[in-house]
Design a protein around this ligand. Structure first.
Ligand code: ADP
Ligand code: MG
Length: 256
């Protein structure tokens, strides 16, 4: 186990949508500098777990701690909600999410997309934010696209812009939800390269991915979710090299 401080801790989390139990007691810890990947079939609860982690969704039971600070809840069961608005904002701005569908603002240029939240939400100085935004665009390899509109970029470039936008918040961790699933194979590799570089520089990340090679290459820990429960977890060499569960073996055979 890591001796670094935990950034995200999720313990025995339960989440239901009405009668549908989507997460049935899930644990996840991402310590500083660690990469945790979530794999599993469609509908197993991977996106829901990420959305619960940054409080986009409430939950019915269990604990979430951010940098060892427990999320405060009010109510219980289906009425349970995060209680403290300041805490919600603090957690969301510190856990930047990158979505499958990029979600860039189409009416803003790429540079404006990257600058928007640091200036509007964090109230940072626009000149400083712009300088850093340009650095992040260079880091993801699209410095020359600063003044372009999202629609003028390829999918791979748009996703890299979305990663620059997430980095511009200077978050404690990055959450990726199938960041390469909407991309053609050759564009997928551009994005994989950026994610690998972020892993190498020690970013804390939770990555939902269907790309087993990516999960094997970048993760410190891999979690296989099945119907809202952890079916198997461990270091990538174990999970991919000698999977124990029949379900994981079946899943890996189907995705190979
Ligand atoms: P995954 O990301 O692993 O494909 P999801 O977390 O998106 O899985 O979904 C898990 C289950 O929860 C699915 O059965 C899905 O239909 C259901 N679900 C997800 N979001 C909602 C919602 N907002 N309302 C009702 N059911 C939902
Ligand atoms: Mg999903």
């Amino acid at each position: 186990m890591s001796n670094r401080p935990p950034v995200i801790e999720i313990r025995a989390l339960h989440k239901a949508y009405g009668p549908l139990d989507v997460l049935r007691g899930v644990d996840l810890t991402a310590c500083q500098g660690e990469v945790v990947s979530l794999i599993g079939s469609s509908g197993s609860g991977k996106s829901t777990l990420l959305r619960c982690a940054n409080l986009l969704e409430d939950s019915q039971a269990g604990e979430i701690l951010f940098c060892q600070e427990p999320v405060t809840w009010r109510g219980s069961g289906h009425a349970r909600r995060p209680a403290d608005a300041a805490q919600i904002t603090r957690i969301r701005t510190n856990l930047s999410m990158v979505f499958q569908s990029f979600n860039l603002w189409s009416h803003l240029t790429i540079l404006q997309n990257v600058m928007e939240a640091p200036v509007q939400v964090l109230k940072r100085d626009p000149a400083e934010v712009e300088a850093k935004a340009r650095d992040y665009l260079a880091k993801v390899g699209i410095a020359d696209k600063a003044d372009a509109w999202p629609a003028q970029l390829s999918g791979g470039q748009q996703q890299r812009a979305a990663i620059a936008r997430a980095l511009a918040m200077e978050p404690k961790a990055l959450l990726f939800d199938e960041p390469t699933s909407a991309l053609d194979p050759e564009l997928e590799q551009e994005v994989v390269k950026v994610i690998k570089a972020l892993a190498e520089e020690g970013r804390t990340m939770v990555i939902v991915t269907h790309d087993m090679k990516l999960a094997a290459d970048v993760s410190d820990h891999v979690i296989f979710l099945h119907q809202g429960k952890i079916e198997e977890e461990g270091p990538p060499a174990d999970l991919f090299g000698s999977p124990k569960s029949e379900r994981l073996r079946g899943f890996l055979a189907a995705t190979a």
